[in-house]
Design a protein around this ligand. Sequence first.
Ligand code: ZN
Length: 167
Amino acid sequence: MKISCVCGAIIVDQTDYLANKGHIVADEDWEDFAESIRSRGEIDQSFVRHCYQCTSCGRLYVDDHDRRLLTFLPETTVPQPALRSIKGALWKAPLIGRWTPAPLAGESKGSLYCKGGDGVVEQYDTWEALEQAYFALFFRLKGLGLLRSALLHNGGKQVHVWADTDH
Ligand SMILES: [Zn+2]
């Protein structure tokens, strides 16, 4: 989904682990929500609403109880991230490397993506360069304890898969 912010920016919700998205449960629902997890062993999404922050102007967009999007304007002119992980800079990120033999027009065959550490979004023209950059980043971020998972794809084939066991 996409939200067109009042400031002109677009808030996009098409991937997991967004740094500007949150999940809200009303305090009036909290006990029922917690009980649903205890008894069913899973999250009852009917209690969960979403909120988003525009990274450009800092506005907050919050689903109300009818799932209508309400808008809140911050008091500060410099956007302050309101919805980042409680772990802050120590948040463990997924690392994804993907080699696409026939990419869409304008896109590179190789892409490397990770939000951990300083964040990486890179394009590669050869498989060798992508593979080398992937493993260099994998071992660096894993050593720093900043990875939750890693996945390297070549075409439809998984070349490397790793998952942290204690996050
Ligand atoms: Zn905005």
